[in-house]
Design a protein around this ligand. Structure first.
Ligand code: ZN
Length: 295
């Protein structure tokens, strides 16, 4: 156990350091003066203080992950000039969800969403500025605001083939046919009837709405949003991962309360909880004990 903790800590140190270097280099490429100085300072530190400096970093990082829903000084926010476009994009995505329905919206692609919005006045055409904003969010390197997970989609227009997914009607979700669907069936058989699918396949429009709504609730704070929701293009819900919960627990299924449930204990005992975002993970994401890793 101790050995395991040590190696996790070592990994964490490497990742936190890498994040700072990447961020400093990227900001410097954008012509921002402060970060390269910090970067140079980091490199010049003598060995002893370097490790102290790293310990501070790790303490900060773990504190931030534990208090994922609180704003932190270093957090990156949407700038004032972009705020009206940001808000109108969120509102239009909400209208699109209402128009096509919760279940259909889960897997709608970018082009399809744009087409429907253009055709129906209830949603209304996405403006050039809104499309530009979404493009900027999708292609922006999310590590600059603290999210260090892999990108799961290469193009904004990548879409989900409807033949590859299956409706799970009682859950209001889709799952990919094959391993993800089979995994849910086995879990339901082996764990109990108390297990529920809380989120399945999510296409790009759904991920945009989840991520941007979270950012909107926190005054445009992209860093805060990315600590609990993968930015559009980075979610493994596009590739087969899904979330489970205990029937009756409601939204608390997306909190650490879930670890106190029978479903969580049974899933752990049976070895199903190969988690994507473990406790103290180095990816800039809070602990997500309900998120099942498939791919
Ligand atoms: Zn998830």
């Amino acid at each position: 156990m101790i050995k395991k903790l040590m190696s996790d800590e070592h990994f964490l140190k490497k990742m936190v350091w890498r994040r700072d270097v990447v961020k400093a280099l990227a900001l410097s490429a954008l012509g921002i003066g402060v970060a390269p100085a910090v970067f140079a300072q980091t490199l010049k530190l003598p060995a002893g203080s370097f490790s102290e400096h790293m310990d501070d970093h790790i303490r900060d990082y773990l504190h931030k992950m534990k208090n994922f829903d609180a704003p932190h000084n270093e957090d990156i926010k949407i700038e004032q000039e972009a705020y009206p476009v940001f808000q109108s994009t969120v509102q239009r995505l909400h209208r699109l969800e209402q128009f096509v329905g919760h279940l259909n919206f889960q897997i709608i692609g970018f082009d399809e969403g744009i087409r429907i919005a253009r055709r129906y006045a209830d949603v209304g055409k996405f403006t050039e500025a809104e499309l530009g904003f979404m493009e900027m969010i999708f292609y922006h390197d999310a590590s600059l605001y603290g999210f260090l997970g892999e990108k799961t989609m290469t193009k904004l227009t990548d879409s989900i083939n409807k033949n590859d997914v299956i409706k799970i009607p009682d859950a209001g979700n889709y799952l990919y046919r094959g391993i993800p669907h089979q995994t849910l069936i086995t879990i339901r058989q082996q764990v109990s009837e108390g297990v529920v699918l809380t989120s399945g396949v999510r296409g790009i429009m759904k991920q945009f709405l989840l991520f941007l709504s979270k950012a909107e609730m926190s005054r445009g704070n992209l860093s805060l949003a990315s600590r609990s929701l993968a930015p559009p293009g980075y979610s493994f819900h596009a590739n087969g991962d899904f979330d489970v919960g205990q029937d009756g627990l409601g939204v608390l299924n997306f909190t650490e309360k879930f670890t106190e449930t029978e479903v969580y204990t049974r899933l752990t005992d049976l070895g199903y909880l190969k988690l994507r975002y473990k406790l103290n993970n180095p990816l800039g994401v809070r602990f997500e004990p309900w998120h099942i890793k498939i791919t």
